[in-house]
Design a protein around this ligand. Sequence first.
Ligand code: GDD
Length: 313
Amino acid sequence: MLLDKGYEVHGIVRRSASLNRQRIDHLPQSAPGAGGGLHLHYGDLADAVGLVNLVRDVQPDEIYNLGAQSHVAVSFDIPDYTGQVTGLGTVKLLEAIHASGVDSRFYQASSSEMFGSTPPPQHEETPFHPRSPYACAKLYAYYTTVNYRESYGMFTCNGILFNHESPRRGENFVTRKITRAVARIHLGLQHELVLGNVAARRDWGYAPEYVEAMWRMLQHDEPADYVVATGDTASVRDFCEVSFAAVGLDWQEYVKTDPRYERPAEVPDLIGDAAKAKKLLDWEPTVRWRELARIMVEADIELAGREARGLAP
Ligand code: GDD
C-alpha cells in the first residue's frame, strides 16, 4: 500500500538460514542508495543497536511497527522470547527514534488480544485483561507507546486492530488453516481438518482495509489510539461452515477437534467498536467475515490447484 502511494519503503528482515520472504517476493527491490521503491535491511527487534543505526541512517518520516512473535498459542511455549520481541522490541524501536532525534511518526500494532476476557463490545476505553504471554507483551508495548507520547511529545499511535485476514495470512492462524484445508479437501489433497476450540468468536476483517486505517492514523493532525474492527462477530465454527459451503461441502463431515490445539487460557469473544476511527479518520470497513471467507477460499483453490499440478506455489 505504501509503495502504491509512492513511498520509499525500508523494511527489516530477520536473518535465518532458510529464506522466508515469499510474501514480499513479488515486490521488486530497489538498488542500495537508489531513491524510491523497496529497500530491505537485516535487523531484528531484539537488536537495539541495529535499530538505532537504521533509524539514524534512513531517517524515516513514518515507522510502522508490525514486527512481533505474533502467534498467541506459540507464546505459551516461548513466553520469554515473545516478551523480548513483542514487548521490549517496541521500547527498543521507540528509544531508537528518541535517542537519534529523528522526527518520525510511529505506529504500534496493538492488538484486540489485549482485551482478553473483557466482555464485548470493546472500544478504546474498555479495560484490558490479557490472557496470554503474547497479549501481556502487547499490553506492555501499548503503554510504552502511550508513555513516549506523553513523556516526550512524540507522534505515536496505537492501532488496536481486531483480527485481520487475507489470502496472505500465515497458514497456522485459524482462518487460513480452514480455507487452505477447504481448498485442499475440495481437490482431494487432504481429507480432514483438525482444530482446537471452535466456539471461540472473533471480529474478522479484511487486512487491505485495515492497513489504510493504520496509514490514516499517522496522517492525522494529532496522535491517538484507535480500535479498528468490523463490529461483527462469528465463531470458528461459523467460519468453517461458510468456508466449506463455498465449495458445496458440509464442514461437519471433515472437521475434528483435538485439545492439542487449545490454549491454556482462551479469549472467548471479540467485537470491536470502531466509532472513533470512523469519526476522526473517516475509516469504515466494507468486507465482512462471510465475504472474507469466500475471498480466502477462492485464493486457496488457486494455490491448491497449482499444488495438484505439481507447480510451485
Ligand atoms: N491458530 C489456531 N489453530 N486457532 C484455533 C484453532 C487452530 O487449529 N482452532 C481453534 N482456534 C481458535 C483459537 O483458539 C482462537 O480463539 C481463534 O481460533 C483465533 O485464533 P488465531 O487465528 O490463531 O488468531 P488469534 O485471535 O489468536 O490472534 C490473531 O489476532 C490477534 C488480533 O486479535 C493474531 O493475528 C494476533 O497476532 C493478533 O494480535
